[in-house]
Design a protein around this ligand. Sequence first.
Ligand SMILES: [Zn+2]
Length: 351
Amino acid sequence: MLRILPQSFGLILLLAAAALPQTRYIGKARWLGNAKAVVTHTIDDTTKFVPDAVDAMDRHGIKATIYLNTASKTIAELWPRMRAAVANGHEIGSHSRTHPCKWPDTEEFCAAAYTDAEISGSRDDILQNTPQPHVWSWCYPCGNCARYPFIQKRIEAAGYLLARNYRDEANNGHLVPDLNTFAPNPFDAAYTQVVQKKGGIAPTGNDQLPQLNAKFDQVYAVGGIYNFMSHPQWLDYGPEAFYEAHLRHIGNRIDIWYVPLGPLYAYRTLRDSLEVKPQGKRFQLRTALNRKIYNGSVTLEFISTGKPHLDGAPLPERPLSALRQWNGAFYTRAANRLWVTVPPAGTLEFR
Ligand SMILES: [Zn+2]
């Protein structure tokens, strides 16, 4: 009797497993929600124009990293709108406290300007004034100091995952760096193009709608990251002005993932770290990363006739739709092919 019981129990488990639908794990999707391409946006400086830019983005479903100088005179007026922006899927990044900026950006200048107050102080200001759990993104004021490894190390040591540059403004080098994927060095990270009028020390702007839209079309066609940056004080506003007309061209598309820059870089690390371990007909998901920083989801592709459940709870099915979050749990189906978007922890099972 004592010997039969465990055997019967094993048989029952075997029968239960056989009743589960056939499921095959294909792999990790490149982008969240199996999107075709990614759109990410960054805007710089603490000015009264920031809310106008964010309002325009919100009309078209664009998600941005909003780089603020946290000791600017007018910052107090911005925080309430910034808290709402964070709740709506935007990110607040640091553009230092006081925007130290000087040409030429010598090693001596950078060593003195990049203090703990500028780097860690601005980070703490953001954490204190918004519900954001982490500050992922740095942006070099005037693009200064981005090329120095000792400065990059200071940024990294303060917990930032990336630092956006603004290279060679005096010679228009900043206009179209044409980086349409992740930067080889995240602490000297370029972008696709600038979208703004002439400003600062630049000879010209980049505000011609046909060219702006054509550059996006190129990146979209190959499924890359369209990463554009703007200064809200160098834009025109209104639905027919170039900025919002460009947002209308690139926004609200069902096959694009709209995400700020920091969570996008965090996603790459999270995706790479995720272990998917088959256990019978179940899949154990785990990551060793800190989930306060890497707080997103990953999309896994399966072939199955079943419905995915995470830790016993059924996941909701969603049709293809513009994705404007970096977390969440749901799945999309096309015949027997499923794209399951889940946090990187728990047991996934198909029933
Ligand atoms: Zn700036």
